[in-house]
Design a binder for this molecule. Structure first.
Ligand SMILES: [Zn+2]
Length: 209
């Protein structure tokens, strides 16, 4: 959350975050179903956002019991259902967490039905590829996934902010495109500048029909 706030000052549009197990900085207003930083006023009623419970790794978590957490899962499910590409960072899968498995199966659909979508895994140092195959077998279509040991080798790092478009150009429309990789050795100020190149197209309103 702190990194998100620092980066939001650069004026770039940032992704939607969901906190499936709660977050110490993120609170909610149950009455208005809004969320924001703990202690800051609710957009609707002006009362301070209250903390949400944290769900630790236990065998049976009751995700449905808390309004905030169940909303977060709903958002994840909706995003998974509509996603063309999914990238998973350093997560070995919902092995013991039965409710997370059920929720992800439900959200992701049956692996065979998602034949066109692409899933990528950025693995942790020491994490084995076998571990990924086993843990994610139920979720991913047999050939449509990639495993990267280095984030900078991944499609998302080679085509930031245009990841899906680049993929469609390259692999579905068979138009060979050049990589536009995230610079590796820059500080945040220079990275933010580098990302400015996308801003114009992202903020321009589409022409009215
Ligand atoms: Zn409120």
């Amino acid at each position: 959350m702190q990194a998100y706030l620092r980066n939001s000052r650069a004026g770039l549009s940032l992704p939607k975050l969901v906190f499936l197990h709660g977050n110490v900085s993120v609170g909610c207003c149950e009455m208005d179903k809004t969320e924001g930083l703990v202690g800051k006023p609710c957009k609707k009623c002006n009362q301070p956002y209250k903390t949400v419970p944290l769900l630790y790794p236990i065998l049976k978590k009751n995700y449905a019991a808390n309004l905030f957490i169940s909303e977060q899962w709903l958002l994840l499910k909706r995003s998974f259902k509509n996603a063309f590409m999914i990238t998973i960072f350093g997560y070995s899968g919902p092995k013991a967490d039965q409710e997370a498995i059920a929720a992800m199966k439900d959200a992701w659909g049956i692996s065979g039905q998602r034949s066109m979508e692409q899933t990528a895994f950025i693995i942790r140092p020491g994490q084995k590829e076998d571990e990924i195959h086993q843990a994610w077998d139920a979720f991913i279509h047999s050939h449509h996934y990639e495993i990267y040991e280095d984030f900078y080798d991944s499609w998302i790092a080679k085509h930031p902010r245009r990841t899906g478009e680049a993929y469609i150009n390259q692999y579905l429309d068979a138009q060979f495109i050049e990589d536009n990789p995230i610079p590796k050795e820059e500080d945040f100020q220079n990275l933010w500048k580098w990302f400015e190149q996308f801003k114009d197209a992202e903020t321009r309103m589409p022409p009215r029909a």
